[in-house]
Design a protein around this ligand. Sequence first.
Ligand SMILES: Cc1cc2nc3c(=O)[nH]c(=O)nc-3n(C[C@H](O)[C@H](O)[C@H](O)COP(=O)(O)OP(=O)(O)OC[C@H]3O[C@@H](n4cnc5c(N)ncnc54)[C@H](O)[C@@H]3O)c2cc1C
Length: 327
Amino acid sequence: MPNVLAFAEARGGELRKVALEAVTAARQVADQVGGEVHAVLVGPAGVAAKAATLAQYGADVVLVAEHAGFANYAPETTAALVADRVKGGDYRAVIFSASQQGKDLAPRTAARLGCAIATDVTSFSVGGDAVIVTHPGYTGKVVQTLKLVGTPVVLSLRPGSVSPAAKAGAGRTEQVAADPSGARVQVTETILGDSKKLDLGEAPIIISGGRGLKAAEHFKLVEDLAAAFGNAAVGATRAVTDEGWRPHSDQIGQTGRLVSPELYVAVGISGAIQHLAGMRTSKCIVAINKDKEAPIFKVADYGIVGDVFEVVPALTAAVQQARQSSH
Ligand SMILES: Cc1cc2nc3c(=O)[nH]c(=O)nc-3n(C[C@H](O)[C@H](O)[C@H](O)COP(=O)(O)OP(=O)(O)OC[C@H]3O[C@@H](n4cnc5c(N)ncnc54)[C@H](O)[C@@H]3O)c2cc1C
């Protein structure tokens, strides 16, 4: 029976939501091909404790590689570890997240395996001897359907395109020996952003601001709306990050983060193709813009034509009220 390998991304020994998305996706493929889900978990000593969580989402086997050198991302050793496992077993597919780390790791692994790869995948199925995936192309102007032939195939999934779904797997744990200390590429330091901020790739709701906000201090409007929801992150366009109003890490789009939250609120954003490339797969898009011809309205599920300085405070008050009355 062919199995499916999922890369369970962890940071500093903690599982990321995209790890559960990858395992959930692997479970879906494994159920189609009748195989097991094997999850690779790499981290510093103690990361093995996270194996039980992966089992809850469908992992039958959790391959744990613990080493102090995995406290930071170790690209060469991790790609070699995954590829060697795949070469030594019967695997139909290898699934990563198209997170910042997965964008680096998935191609490295596919190159080692010499197999087909599809990146930034938004849906997938197994049809006969091929794996069929969809993937936004030409900065999101089209959605391409790709047919990947050969076995195995490597996929990286756009964060948020699969919702983590609990489904118990057998959860057997295997220790795997790996030592990143001799690798040619060594990540010597990772400087974390604001750890209290919800990560854009993990947030169910994103409130994004554009140049229509006119100045850095007006992002307070966006932050207040995000705070009213309670589980929202703040994003931005490149116009905004280029101005220095927000850090580059907040940028969404072709040259920023790729996101697919449940709800995306675009505040004073025109909807340039490069911005849409990063967010048009969001489940529900709300746009607020004073120009009714703004391209963002073409992808929006709900559009509000109006001034952000009037609409956003009113929306924030309405969300606060709705949440209070639901408690
Ligand atoms: C190679 C390349 C890569 C790029 N990558 C990215 C990327 O990753 N992400 C990205 O975002 N962009 C990217 N860009 C830039 C992109 O082309 C746009 O310039 C950018 O997205 C525009 O940002 P914006 O919508 O904030 O600003 P603008 O296009 O200036 O739009 C501002 C909007 O605010 C509205 N507005 C103004 N005042 C108000 C008000 N008071 N109330 C309501 N609405 C108001 C206006 O009607 C307008 O629609 C890239 C460009 C290139 C060439």
